[in-house]
Ligand binder design. Structure first.
Ligand SMILES: O=C(O)[C@@H]1CCC=N1
Length: 346
């Protein structure tokens, strides 16, 4: 497996799922650094992954991407008590990240990426975003905003006075490449399904890196060739586990109403869902044929399926998937403004 130096920006569930999957595949812990603002979560990550570098505090993200090569920088952060490094790793110097995984909530992505703009511009790592809804063009715009404003500030400081100050604009081609991915929570049990979209300026080897990182926790890794289809991936597999949980909840409740105890109803429901998924995965039959094979004419399944169809089940599912797809798109507009255009970086 490729063993690039990884910086996870954000140490939540999805970052942990990817990290855990990589470690289980033999990825070296020493090649990973995680930043996390919440103290309790840092402590949890420390105790679960002894030796993992977990950074916190205002400069943690920059340090994770830049590496600790600038020792004065690291020392001042440690002295200020604002960075938590696992004691076993505290004395280690670590190199800059080759891959940066943006694993923060979409709502805070703009601030995080903008603060990292100058560092990303200088270091040129591969950037992989798992933030729902946020387009690669918006991520590039946030990077450019951050990089341009730091460069403008430093050029102003270097200049002799305000009259010589000129705003600096970082160009699209000078920004690191971005791959946008949508994994799902079954990644936590190594059963994830992930969709990926790469901007045209990514190289085949960068796409391979993204695929193997996400492949560590995903049984299904699918590339889409238009960015808008990542919203559809979100509508099916990103949000999809919740649809199946809802279906299972409803089946469990229905059996309880008919007199079954809840535990039995739950176990039968879960195993039925798992068994159906395994059959669908291993069979040569398509989904419709599998359904028809369970359904004896005028039998029990027939009675249930007719009730589903009469109630508009298919239309409801189609509407629900479309609602998630649309929400992914509107989330992007709410957080980043109108789309700048397909595949455009800035
Ligand atoms: O509900 C959400 O917004 C996220 C995206 C995919 C799964 N959860």
């Amino acid at each position: 497996m490729l063993q690039s130096r990884l910086a996870f920006i954000g140490g939540g569930n999805m970052a942990e799922a990817i990290l855990g999957g990589l470690l289980a595949c033999g990825y070296p812990l020493s090649q990973c650094v995680v930043t996390e603002p919440l103290q309790a979560r840092c402590e949890f990550l420390h105790s679960k992954y002894p030796g993992l570098q977990v950074l916190s505090g205002p400069q943690a993200n920059i340090l994770a991407v830049n590496g600790s090569e600038s020792s004065s920088h690291t020392a001042s952060l440690v002295d200020a008590g604002s960075v938590h490094i696992n004691p076993t790793a505290a004395s280690d110097m670590f190199p800059p990240a080759e891959v940066v995984i943006l694993a923060v909530k979409p709502q805070v992505l703009r601030g995080v990426v903008s603060d990292l703009g100058e560092t990303l511009h200088q270091r040129q790592p591969l950037v992989i975003s798992i933030a729902a809804g946020i387009e690669t063009s918006a991520i590039a715009r946030f990077m450019a905003e951050g990089a341009s404003s730091s460069l403008s500030t430093s050029s102003a400081i270097a200049s002799t006075g305000p009259e010589t100050k000129a705003p600096v604009t970082v160009q699209a081609q000078d920004l690191p490449p971005v791959i946008r991915v949508m994994p799902n929570t079954p990644a936590l049990v190594n059963e994830g399904a992930t969709g990926l979209y790469a901007t045209p300026d990514t190289t085949p080897s960068q796409r391979k890196v993204a695929e193997s990182l996400l492949g560590a926790v995903s049984k299904q890794v699918s590339w889409v060739n238009q960015e808008s289809l990542i919203d559809t991936v979100t509508g099916i597999s990103g949000s999809g586990p919740a649809y199946f949980f809802l279906m299972m909840e409803a089946m469990e409740d229905a059996a309880v109403k008919l007199g079954m105890d809840r535990e039995t109803a739950k176990e039968l429901t879960i195993q039925t869902c798992l068994g159906a998924a395994k059959m669908a995965q291993s069979s040569d039959d398509d989904l419709k044929t599998l359904r028809v094979k369970v359904t004896s004419p005028q039998g029990t399944t027939d009675a249930a399926i007719k009730t589903f169809e009469k109630g508009g089940f298919r239309e409801l599912v189609a509407e629900s998937v479309k609602a998630a797809d649309s929400r992914s798109k509107s989330l992007a507009v709410e957080l980043c403004g109108p789309s700048i255009g397909k595949d455009s970086k800035l």
